[in-house]
Design a protein around this ligand. Sequence first.
Ligand code: I3S
Length: 128
Amino acid sequence: MITFLSFPTQEVEKSGMLNKTKIAEGGRKLRKNWGSSWVVLAGNSLVFYKVPPTSVPAVWGPAGSRPESSVDLRGAALAHGRHLSSRQNVLHVRTVPGHEFLLQSDDETEFRAWHRALREVIDRLERE
Ligand code: I3S
């Protein structure tokens, strides 16, 4: 929880609504269960909230709300997920502990922006 408390001081690279499903946990394949989340990319993490914030500008999750989950992007692999889903505009993220998930947006511009932002953060973390 201490980690979460420090998040709001970090610069948010990108946030927005995305469809998400986890497809593996610690290397073990999971059945897909697509759902939408408010996603925040900041520091070395991708943080997921159940619902978007109500404040403007909308950046972090709702005031005082806890994230649903978060992932550490250090050492993560990012790829297009076209071979893993019939949906359009899917990204595949695999973390070092072997957790894998898909992120999807029906909006292609938004998908490209997420792809670019995630690529930049993962590459930066690799150089640190
Ligand atoms: O890659 P899959 O396993 O065929 O993914 C689809 C299934 O998970 C399906 O659920 P059930 O097989 O449990 O009924 C989901 O409803 C689909 O959304 C999954 O495919 P997409 O292509 O949407 O990721």
